[in-house]
Design a protein around this ligand. Sequence first.
Ligand SMILES: Nc1nc2c(ncn2[C@@H]2O[C@H](COP(=O)(O)OP(=O)(O)OP(=O)(O)O)[C@@H](O)[C@H]2O)c(=O)[nH]1
Ligand SMILES: [Mg+2]
Length: 375
Amino acid sequence: MQNMSKAKYMVVSGFLGAGKTTSMLAFARCIDSRGGKAAILANDLGAANIVDADFTAESGVLSTSIAGDCICYQHENLVDKLRRLASCGAGVIFSDIPGCGIGALDHVYLQLAEKEGDEFELLPFTCIVDPERLKMLMPEPEELNLPSELRFLLDAQMREAELIVLNKTDAIGPEQREKCLGLIRTLFPDTPLMSMSAKTGEGVGAVADYILSHRSAAEHREIGYGSEAFIAAESRLSWYNRRVYFERRDSANIDFNAVLTDIFEGIRAGLKAAGGNVPHLKIFAAGEGPDYFKASLTGVDYGVEYDRLFDGRYTALSVIINARAAAGAEAMGAAADGALDAAAEKHGLRVRTFFLESFGMTEEGRGNGGKASRF
Ligand SMILES: Nc1nc2c(ncn2[C@@H]2O[C@H](COP(=O)(O)OP(=O)(O)OP(=O)(O)O)[C@@H](O)[C@H]2O)c(=O)[nH]1
Ligand SMILES: [Mg+2]
């Protein structure tokens, strides 16, 4: 009886924009639809105004968030949040890891096993893989307009995983799916491999069945955490989180879908001109009642993917912009400034910034805990 009430916990890893948040939502909805209760703990390095946290909160799935740093480095906080979700009835809790997306097997699973004993049942440590990013590791790598150092991350993410899930199968044909599965099998022949589309739900039930019926071995795996290659990859990434308030100068209600689309396009153009890229740029804005906007760009060479567009027209809105860029923090900031100025001018808007943080992943000063000291 004791065993039945123990909360299950699973960490989802994967490359920026691979579909971790969408997958956690798909798993949680699948479990909820079967009469269980799942929860999501959305994690990010940024201090606040995190698109994934707000988007997850809109989903109707039980959720909470941990901001400010990776769950790898705030164990007590993580355990506290897990206990709270469990006390709200969550039988299965999912969380993702932000940033480079590696290291949580040691820093989360092994620590939970060591410090909390068997309080939580640890489900397989699962890596979500985007077929498009897999091109980085193909024998004849395609030019993906991403720094080559980032290949290390994708490889390490799959190396660390106890289950690899090829996601976004709706976006590829059967031939491409086989090519992707074949490559993963060749690289990681001992790791269980499945495929699904978190977006359409195809294959999600089978993955949910697998993870719920297996347990993590919670054993260290050598993935080169902290190595030179790791630091080289990390140093190519920057984070940008901003919350702006737009207000139409003449108080007219306008179509903010067009405004936010222009911001995506402006940032795309600015980064392209600067020779940078953005593995994941996300925008979220809540309208009235259940109305909201959420969209993603997973690189300057792809189209904007809309998870949801506004139904209503508005005269003023608060908008969250999150970018995980393969560009310097200054270039990313300049691209966003340019895009916001142009959109404000075109749509007759006043713009106020209420929150802004921008940092290179390896920049000195990022981890100073808010103190004004040099370190
Ligand atoms: N076509 C398709 N798109 C998907 C699928 N899963 C996720 N996406 C889209 O891919 C984009 C990124 O998805 P997220 O779930 O936000 O990715 P993530 O890994 O959580 O991103 P970060 O947290 O920023 O690293 C969004 O536009 C999703 O709608 C899928 O199965 N098929
Ligand atoms: Mg996410």
